[in-house]
Design a protein around this ligand. Structure first.
Ligand code: SF4
Length: 556
């Protein structure tokens, strides 16, 4: 170890400050208290504050919250709308058709509309009050293993104060080695530490490839005169336009308090058309008459983007290894059929806490003992929900009306459908090559009519995400073969990174004399991970920038 590097020891280290780990840390402290045991628990989060990188729809099924904090409403849980009354629409370019019937899993009665960032802030405060050492602004950048072995013994946080060239700045602070008997990885989708642990310990072997969707989301303030505040419906889901039926995705609009709505559009990252731009699809959705009429006169308050794990049951990794557990979105536990993952994430964190307490009792933290967690998940309603939805994402990926026939077959057979399991290919394999000269996309976000208030270009939206990074630091986006970008990737796909990134991080510049150059704007990064997932050559590696950088979400 670097002799200037400090080491801190804990019983349990939670890596990531999302709902899975926050619920896990709170439950663990409660269990330890009930058992009369002293336990040292630490939780690190790369965002500047807890909640600042948390973004979701978000409709909360309170089943896990109720178990964690029985009187959550009395304890000040931030709820935007207590009751959900939903409608589902199929959108055509200029009209809509309201579905007279939808399967029960798409209904949200008993659920609450929340802001995930506010919700996580609230949970973070609760964890701190219970004695958890909560360290926001610290990014885990390296997994620590026992010398000569594969047992996870903690995480090293990133150095702060390294300049672009890798030299120390005057404010240099070495990262800290956070040592723990158990490390819980709850980094969200496509975690950069789990990527390395997964490779080293084969966590994903024998599983289907993890697949994802990318969501662009806004919170919009409506004028007081808007009739939507008093409308019967508080939740609108859509499919169809602008993606059509051959590409997976859809829109949502949820009512919030203070005359606000949460509006978002989700695109399945198994899309095939290289010229597709998810941000442009989001704007087209906003401009559809059904949505445009509701948000008319409004103003965007905050914008953000994030990926979500869509593969579910068949893509879940091994959940326990020597010294570590994997929870929540990192473990692909989102229920894509119900468009929800906060309740499953929280429950997984709580089950992990129970397994940890059992391991503390035995003073044994090997995979066999911690594997109680895997069994607890298998015996819980998480398994029941995810198993029923095991082929759902695959069915949605089918083209045209065939998807509805498959979904219908799954509905009547408890998720089996015509084939079980239906296969998945990695999102990076789905783009079709462009052959010969190609016509530019009919419309891009740059050619749309935008007003800078309700309809925003990417950079204005980025400004409203509050994203900042220390500019003078090494680029956190690694491109192992930059030459590939200007040769094969341009020829075969016209550099899709310039379109699938929602924050204009990637730009292809024409050089004098006819060449091209990939320009990176890493300080724009929203940490959504779309680029690492979708790049057809897997030539982008997302690493954690200096802790505290990134979006500063507070109401999304
Ligand atoms: Fe998302 Fe990658 Fe763009 Fe960052 S660079 S905003 S992770 S697509």
């Amino acid at each position: 170890m670097d002799e200037t590097r400090e080491a801190l020891e804990f019983d349990v280290l939670f890596v990531g400050g999302g709902p899975a780990n926050l619920a896990g840390a709170i439950h663990l402290m409660n269990l330890a208290r009930q058992a009369g045991r002293e336990i040292e628990v630490c939780l690190i989060e790369k965002a500047e504050t807890i909640g600042a990188h948390s973004l979701s729809g978000a409709i909360l099924d309170p089943v896990s919250l109720q178990e964690l904090v029985g009187d959550y409403r009395q304890k000040g849980c931030p709820i935007e709308e207590l009751q959900c009354r939903d409608e589902i629409y199929y959108l055509t370019p200029g009209g809509q058709f309201r579905l007279p019937y939808a399967p029960g899993y798409l209904h949200n009665s008993g659920c609450h509309i929340i802001s995930l960032s506010k919700f996580c802030t609230w949970l973070g405060e609760m964890a701190e009050e219970l004695g958890v050492n909560v360290f926001p602004g610290f990014a885990g950048t390296e997994v620590l293993y026992e010398p000569g072995g594969n047992r996870v013994v903690g995480v090293r946080t990133g150095d702060k104060g390294i300049d672009k060239d890798g030299s120390k700045r005057p404010n240099f602070e070495p990262g800290v080695d956070l040592m723990a008997k158990v490390t819980v990885f709850g980094e969200g989708p496509k975690g950069s530490l789990l990527r390395e642990v997964g490779k080293r310990l084969g966590l994903f072997e024998g599983k289907m490839p993890q697949i994802f969707e990318t969501a662009v989301k806004e919170v919009i303030e409506l004028p007081e005169s808007s009739s939507f505040h008093a409308a019967d419906v508080s939740v609108v889901h859509t499919f169809g336009y602008p993606l059509g039926l051959d590409t997976k995705g859809g829109g949502f609009l949820y009512r919030m308090k203070d005359h606000r709505v949460s509006l978002g559009y989700v695109v399945g990252l198994d899309y095939e058309q290289s010229l597709l731009e998810p941000y442009q699809a989001f704007l087209s959705f906003k401009k559809h008459p059904l949505i445009a009429n509701i948000i008319q006169g409004g103003k965007v308050l905050q914008q953000g983007a994030k990926t979500l794990p869509a593969g579910g049951y068949y893509t879940m990794p091994r959940l326990a290894v020597d010294g570590a557990l994997i929870v929540g979105d990192s473990a692909s536990m989102l229920n894509i059929q119900r468009l929800k993952g906060i309740h499953t994430a929280m429950k997984s964190g709580m089950l992990a806490a129970e397994a940890i307490m059992a391991a503390v009792g035995k003073e044994d933290y090997c995979a066999g003992t911690l594997g109680v967690y895997e069994k607890k998940v298998a015996d819980s309603w998480i398994h029941k929900e995810l198993y029923a939805a095991r082929n759902f994402s695959q069915a949605l990926s089918q083209k045209g009306l065939g998807k509805f026939i498959t979904l219908g077959a799954q509905y009547v057979t408890g998720g089996r459908g015509f084939t079980d399991p239906m296969q998945i290919r990695p999102d990076s394999d789905s783009l079709k090559k462009i052959s010969g000269s190609v016509a530019p996309a009919a419309q891009t976000s740059e050619t749309m009519d935008l007003d800078g208030k309700l309809y925003l270009d990417k950079l204005t939206g980025l400004y409203l995400s509050g994203t900042t990074h220390e500019e003078n630091q090494p680029c956190h986006l690694q491109i192992p073969d930059p030459q590939l970008c200007i040769t094969r990737c341009y020829e075969e796909y016209r550099n899709p990174c310039t379109r699938f990134c929602p924050a204009q991080v990637y730009e292809m510049e024409e050089e004098e004399g006819g060449g091209r150059r990939l320009k990176l704007n890493p300080s724009n990064c929203l940490h959504c991970k779309t680029c690492e997932i979708k790049d057809p050559y897997q030539n982008i590696i997302w690493t954690c920038p200096e802790g505290g950088g990134g979006p500063k979400y507070s109401i999304v």
